[in-house]
Design a protein around this ligand. Structure first.
Ligand code: GTP
Ligand code: MG
Length: 249
């Protein structure tokens, strides 16, 4: 990004941090006083399976993938309690945002974090045994309290995955936007431009959306080749609208 003041990164305060009442500690560590970074957007998100799968798409097929989705959706720390299953998603902005937050977060594995970087946030995390259906230990799960984007490319993808432009003040928006001239509705795994019973309105004429999202919606609707999945665009519009598994009331 040419203007370093607009550098951005996505942070997620994960369910284990919320359960352990570490939110205040994490926010203090990330404050402008310590990092020189500012809030550009903040929201409480009940993480759907769709959003979780898009966020961690790079880990599909790995032994820890299913437990990673269970973890980020809150099913591990708040089983059976959807009213407590949430993460805090934050866009931080300012020079070198990605590097600064990766640095304060520390290594992915909390054991390694404690060994090599005492004082980093993830040094307060835990590593839990990962069991199969028979209860046999088949690996481990890293409950590491926060997510921070790994690089600028990931930050752009992740911020657009979790946030709509108008979740962020206009002067703080770091990526190109466009005004939609169309209605787009979502039902099942299909996109519509006119309403059908049970479909969800994603975008209406006059809405300001990420340019890349609008391009992708138009390409998906026209059956062309889009550079991104439909779910990666749609997921944020379904956030906090319905309970998991329901796309209409
Ligand atoms: P995030 O900020 O959560 O994306 O972590 P990261 O960027 O430090 O790590 P990465 O994106 O590679 O992995 C995402 C998450 O998957 C981590 O936070 C861990 O919970 C989990 N994970 C990654 N690698 C491993 C691994 O080798 N073993 C296990 N058990 N979990 C892993
Ligand atoms: Mg990562």
């Amino acid at each position: 990004m040419p203007n370093k003041e607009l550098d951005q990164t996505l942070v997620l305060i994960k369910p284990d941090a919320l359960k352990n009442s570490l939110t205040g500690y994490v926010l203090s560590q990330l404050s402008e006083f310590h990092t020189g970074l500012r809030f550009a957007g903040v929201k409480i998100v009940h993480v759907t399976r769709m959003l979780a799968a898009e966020h961690y798409a790079e880990h599909v097929g790995k032994v820890f993938y299913d437990s990673l989705l269970e973890y980020i959706t809150g099913n591990i720390h708040y089983p059976g309690a959807p009213e407590k299953q949430r993460v805090i998603a934050i866009v931080y902005q300012g020079p070198d945002a990605v590097r600064k937050l990766r640095d304060i977060a520390g290594p992915t594995n909390p054991h390694q974090a404690r060994d090599t970087k005492p004082g980093c946030i993830r040094a307060l995390g835990t590593v839990a045994p990962l069991k199969n259906a028979e209860g046999r230990i088949v690996g481990e799960r890293m409950d590491n309290l926060i997510h921070a984007s790994a690089n600028d490319t990931d930050a752009e993808r992740e911020i657009k995955l979790w946030f709509r432009p108008n979740d962020i003040p206009p002067a703080m928006q770091g990526y190109p936007t466009r005004e939609s001239g169309d209605h787009f509705y979502f039902i099942g795994n299909r996109l519509l431009t006119t309403h059908e019973p049970g479909s969800v309105l994603i975008v209406a004429p006059g809405d300001i959306v990420w340019k890349s999202d609008l391009d992708a919606l138009q390409q998906h609707f026209n059956g062309g080749k889009a550079g991104t999945t439909l779910e990666s665009v749609v997921a944020k519009y379904l956030v906090n609208k319905f309970l998991e598994g329901k796309t209409s009331t």
